[in-house]
Design a binder for this molecule. Structure first.
Ligand SMILES: Nc1ncnc2c1ncn2[C@@H]1O[C@H](COP(=O)(O)OP(=O)(O)OP(=O)(O)O)[C@@H](O)[C@H]1O
Length: 226
């Protein structure tokens, strides 16, 4: 089942064509890695796939709904899409657990249930001891885990991760990839932007962007890398 589909998508910023005629489908259970040089359009692709941005032309469909016809993109995103951003975006005045709870509460989930979910997902990512602490008191790796937990809370059927391993050491980066892989195996569609072939090796497919176009796409599954 296709979770997200981009059809002939172009995104222009003034004279800059960040994406040109990109078509891509990601199915439930699939982890797709997006690679390519700096400025090739990877973040633009991710933002469009998650409804954070709208295409200049072409269409984006999430779970069968063409985003062009969706008025409340924020509600659709909160319901279906989990993001892990490069800059994490944790709210400094909220504890780790509260950061994880926030999108769920915005979605109408009661605080008690949102907290229970948050604690469960923090445990899943190995960050249960961060629950009551504020972001500034956490290490980079812990913050990354909290951001991942926030993206995983609830039933996100589409996960978008932009360099989620950031500057993490290899062991922590591997754990993060393992979490994303596990979610894909459990039925989520996952799009992962990475510069690291090591992490792309966890994907079912890799697409390479160059100058806003898909230059090459291929299956991986380098079992030996796992
Ligand atoms: N809001 C914007 N206004 C103008 N140009 C933009 C904007 N966002 C992206 N661009 C341009 O679009 C192109 C693609 O940018 P994008 O951030 O998608 O690349 P990227 O592959 O994610 O790069 P990196 O690996 O450095 O994060 C670049 O030339 C960038 O300068």
């Amino acid at each position: 089942m296709t979770v997200v589909e981009l059809k002939d998508v172009t995104r222009e910023h003034g004279q800059v064509r960040a994406l040109r005629g990109v078509s891509l489908e990601v199915a439930a259970g699939e982890l797709v890695a997006v690679m390519g040089p700096s400025g090739s359009g990877k973040s633009t692709l991710l933002n469009l796939a998650g409804g954070l941005d709208r295409p200049t032309s072409g269409s984006v469909t999430i779970e069968g709904r063409d985003l062009a016809g969706v008025k409340d993109l924020a509600a659709l995103r909160r319901g279906s899409v989990g993001y892990v951003f490069q800059d994490l975006n944790l709210i400094p005045s909220l504890t780790a657990a509260e950061n994880v709870m926030l999108p769920r509460e915005l979605d109408g989930v009661r605080a008690g249930r949102a907290r229970t979910e948050a604690l469960a997902v923090l445990a899943e990512v190995g960050a249960e001891d961060t629950a009551g602490r504020f972001p500034e008191a956490l290490s980079g790796g812990q913050r990354q885990r909290v951001a991942i937990a926030r993206a995983l809370a609830g039933e996100r059927r589409l996960l978008l991760a932009d360099e989620p391993t950031g500057a993490l050491d290899t062991a922590t980066g591997d754990e993060i990839l393992h979490l994303l892989r596990t979610r894909a195996d459990a039925g989520a569609a996952v799009l992962l932007v990475t510069h690291e072939p090591r992490y792309a090796a966890w994907a079912d497919r890799v697409i390479y962007l160059r100058d806003g176009q898909i230059a090459e796409a291929g299956a991986v599954r380098l079992e030996s890398a796992r």
